[in-house]
Design a protein. Sequence first.
Length: 178
Amino acid sequence: MSMTIRRATPEDAGTLSRLSARTFTETFGHLYPPEDLAAFIAEAYAEDRQRVILSHPDYAVWLLEDDGEAVGHAAAGPCGLPHPEVAPGDGELKRLYLLAPYQSGGWGGKMFDAVMEWLQRNGPCGLWIGVWSGNHGAQRFYARRGFEPVGEYLFPVGRVRDREFILRRTKPYPVHRE
């Protein structure tokens, strides 16, 4: 395997659209009626929507590639979580997904570090994450990195409303600049 992490560009919109749909379905597809899942994916991960995100200076996406094939992605931007303590300039890890065969190999942590470094590129800021209440592995992953639960909200996928935890890290995340 020749694994690389690189910042995605607007030209990666189609790749990101397909990978986002695949990883979301692989991770959460069993939770939703098929028509709700299909409608959510068609709207949330549409290629045009990914292109807008990839073109916006306040957002960034990274791709994990295995010999040039995208197998994971991470996305970050301004915090949009519904919590009263979110402040202007706070950043949010919006997505971190790897295809199942690439999980538990350290690549998620490397992608997470890239996101944290980018979010703090202008100095320390509030760091936030929303995570599904049933995703205990992700909760442990984020807890090991200093994130603590501070609230919750409902995330709609069609008719289903998922209970999501809001996590926050109050101290800057250590970044390794060379």
